[in-house]
Design a protein around this ligand. Structure first.
Ligand code: NAG
Ligand code: NAG
Ligand code: NAG
Ligand code: NAG
Ligand code: NAG
Ligand code: NAG
Length: 325
């Protein structure tokens, strides 16, 4: 064993030499976090601290690693050397311990930053890399139901998880508060933003919402109640018979056009960004059916209604209340 490693007598000596060099003649940089998640417009501290036996001021150099590395700043102690690039002017500070403070953050600041600290007396230069992400928070998502206002004949319908702002969104669809997986009937688009429900079943009668997340934030839509009515709709023409699983989708006007809730329900705070949807009385039956058509024997077509539910309890999963008109 020992023979394989080498000359045992040399090992302690080499180790001592390294230790000596490390402690007495090198700059040692530590950082509490190798990844900083920043918000556009806010400040980010790329936090480091260096240790050196020398009392001299260090030369600190921060670089942004790109195909061609960009020197962000060079300083002696906290004193910046030379002029900053225009895109960093007034946004950069080097702190006493070598940390880099960027404020306000821009999306383009995202990247991998390397710091080098060198002190004249020291033979070794300390180095550290910190990654910075910069994001815009996710604004409250909305569920858009892709179908028009009146009665529509369709084999499927889509729910679109839409939000105005927010970078690097990832989407999750929730049915009764539980994440939905891709399935042959409930199809998720590759980015999971669009949920398509095909061949609707009674089991789809539920509350749906979507969750959008990024490195710094998350947002959840108000729950949307889908009501599936078991309903035998008389069949119409020969043409209709070719689509035996066609659905009647009824969507009321303005269902997908949320309005700011100007009069929150008494005794409850709707919370930031809570929205209320227009609703009108739910018809117990389809308002019209093709006249003179033969009754359908196979599978019953189902009437679907998408109803926005006020987001008064959106924190509690699956507890959305449908307020009947
Ligand atoms: C640098 O500091 C860390 C943490 O204090 C320590 O574990 C490490 O041994 C030091 N390295 C050197 C070369 O002094
Ligand atoms: C930092 O970014 C680099 C390059 O993008 C990546 O290879 C590395 O894994 C990242 N490190 C951390 C701690 O996120
Ligand atoms: C460096 O200094 C700043 C400002 O005093 C402090 O907030 C930060 O935590 C320090 N970093 C480390 C790693 O000690
Ligand atoms: C989205 O960002 C713009 C520009 O910052 C802002 O004016 C708007 O209010 C934001 N929208 C939401 C829903 O937060
Ligand atoms: C989803 O909604 C967004 C925002 O309204 C729109 O830009 C996008 O085209 C919609 N996607 C689909 C597949 O309907
Ligand atoms: C879900 O499945 C469909 C069809 O197999 C596929 O096109 C789609 O990319 C899948 N979505 C996800 C999020 O994997």
């Amino acid at each position: 064993m020992w023979g394989a490693v080498g000359t045992p007598r040399l090992l302690p000596a080499a180790w001592l030499l390294a230790l000596h060099a490390g402690l007495l003649a090198g700059v040692n940089i530590t950082s509490p976090s190798a990844l900083v998640r920043g918000t556009a417009g806010k400040a980010a501290l790329l936090s480091v601290r260096y240790a050196s036996a020398s009392p001299d001021k260090p030369v600190v150099k921060w670089q942004l690693k790109r195909d061609k590395p960009v020197t962000v700043v060079q300083s002696i102690g906290t004193e910046i050397i030379g002029n900053l690039r225009p895109d960093y002017r007034d946004r950069i500070r080097v702190l006493e311990n070598g940390s880099l403070l960027i404020s306000p953050l821009q999306l383009a600041d995202e990247g991998s930053y390397e710091v080098e600290v060198s002190i004249t007396d020291d033979t070794f230069t300390g180095e550290k890399t910190i990654n910075l992400t910069v994001d815009i928070p996710i604004s409250k998502p909305q569920v858009l139901v892709a179908s028009s206002t009146v009665l529509e004949l369709s084999e499927f319908f889509t729910l679109n998880c839409s939000h105005e702002n927010g970078t690097k969104p990832t989407y999750t669809w929730l049915k009764d508060g539980r994440p939905l997986n891709n399935d042959s009937r409930l199809l998720l688009s590759p980015d999971q933003k669009i949920l398509t429900i095909t061949r609707v079943l009674m089991a789809d009668d539920d509350v749906y919402s979507c969750l959008v997340e990024n490195p710094i934030s998350q947002g959840r839509s108000a729950p949307v109640k889908l009501t599936v009515y078991p309903e035998t709709i008389p069949r119409g023409t020969d043409h209709d018979r070719k689509t035996p699983l066609a659905l009647y989708i009824l969507k009321e006007q303005d269902t997908t056009a949320p309005q700011e809730d100007s009069s929150p329900p008494a005794g409850r705070s709707p919370g930031r960004g809570a929205r209320r949807y227009h609703r009108s009385p739910a018809p117990a039956r389809p308002p019209r059916s093709p006249p003179g058509s033969p009754a359908r024997s196979r599978s019953a077509a189902r009437l679907l209604r998408a109803t926005g539910v006020p987001a008064i309890r959106e924190q509690e999963e699956g507890s959305a209340l449908e307020i009947s008109a």
